[in-house]
Design a protein around this ligand. Structure first.
Ligand SMILES: Cc1cc2nc3c(=O)[nH]c(=O)nc-3n(C[C@H](O)[C@H](O)[C@H](O)COP(=O)(O)OP(=O)(O)OC[C@H]3O[C@@H](n4cnc5c(N)ncnc54)[C@H](O)[C@@H]3O)c2cc1C
Length: 293
């Protein structure tokens, strides 16, 4: 029997190509001034899922993203690379979500898909950078999680066990668990495959459309092909049966009080010797002046 694989992907501003007007005066990111890209580690997460789909017959890869309408681009990219099903989770009421509200909405969308065996996330998004969404989603689903995975060492579909290699400070460890499980994937393994030219031709005109319950149910029940419709489902708060009070601003306990620009100047840089003693002294100094801790 095949596995139902779900990949959570995020569209992010390309923070590696910062231009002059990348920050607004209030210190927030000017998203419109930066090119939007597929969060790099999410491409590795997608590749991990595609490899399992390719090796376990009858498996399916479902890709979900929560974001504004423009985030559909990462879904199209996922289709170009081999995803079987994609859906855009979008609603004005998701705006201003912190990680708690984001993981709640993602959990509701995963439950809409129904049966799932492995959920894949990137370890971290390059804009928010918290690395909280994967672990929080696993917690809300009530399933095991293995974070910072660089390799899936073994997957026994019959026994429903998975062994993964995860990176830890100064080394790695192997962890075994039973399905269902959520994995957060690093960029150390699962080198992403390129988009397929044939699939690009197939899906280049795919567009989002408000959720059509009949279409969703037919697809989810039968595993039929998005190609036939060239429609990318758009799931709002009602479609995923989410409580509006737990979404967006009302569902976000994090409040940003101030945003500070930290600009390093040359006089702030001090070179120290690469010895344990020198590094220890520096750490003590940083703790003493409250920079750390
Ligand atoms: C007070 C507050 C207000 C905010 N308001 C806004 C806002 O108005 N608009 C806005 O865009 N952001 C806003 N954010 C940022 C938003 O909370 C984060 O971008 C989001 O919750 C994801 O966190 P992260 O980027 O740290 O992801 P991480 O936890 O670093 O991401 C880890 C992995 O989780 C998955 N993932 C993360 N986000 C998504 C997603 N949206 N869809 C699918 N998979 C995902 C991906 O696999 C990703 O690799 C706000 C944050 C705070 C604290």
């Amino acid at each position: 029997m095949g596995l139902n694989l779900i990949v959570l992907v995020k569209q992010v501003p390309d923070t590696q190509n910062i231009t002059g007007n990348a920050m607004k005066e209030d210190g927030t990111v000017n998203r419109s001034a930066l090119p939007a890209i597929f969060n790099p580690e999410d491409l590795h997460a997608l590749e991990a899922a595609l490899r399992i789909r390719d090796s376990v017959p009858e498996s399916k890869v479902h890709v979900l993203t929560m974001g504004p309408p423009s985030a559909v681009q990462v879904l199209k990219d996922s289709l170009y690379r081999g995803a079987d099903f994609v859906a855009l989770i979008s609603d004005r009421r998701f705006a201003a979500a912190d990680t708690l509200a984001t993981s709640y909405a993602l959990k509701c969308a995963i439950e809409k898909i129904g049966k799932y065996d492995i959920v894949f996330c990137g370890r971290q998004a390059i804009d928010g950078d918290t690395a909280q969404v994967g672990p929080q989603t696993a917690e809300k689903l009530g399933i095991d999680q293995i974070s910072c995975v660089s390799e899936i060492v073994d997957l026994d579909v019959k026994k429903r066990t998975l062994t993964a290699r995860r990176s830890i400070e100064g080394g790695f460890e192997k962890v075994r668990t039973t399905l269902p499980v959520l994995l957060t994937i690093t960029d150390e393994g699962f080198h992403p495959r390129p988009p397929s030219a044939i699939r690009m031709m197939t899906y280049k005109n795919a567009m989002t459309e408000m959720s059509n319950a009949d279409f969703d149910e037919t697809y989810l029940a039968s595993g039929s092909d998005l190609k036939a419709e060239n429609t990318i489902p758009l799931w709002d708060i009602n479609t995923i049966n989410a409580d509006p009070e737990s979404c967006g601003l009302p569902g976000s306990p994090t409040k940003v009080k101030t945003i500070q620009m930290v600009v390093l100047k040359s006089e702030d840089i001090r070179m120290i010797e690469n010895t344990e003693e020198a590094i220890g002294d520096m750490v003590h100094e940083l703790v003493a002046d409250h920079t750390l801790g």
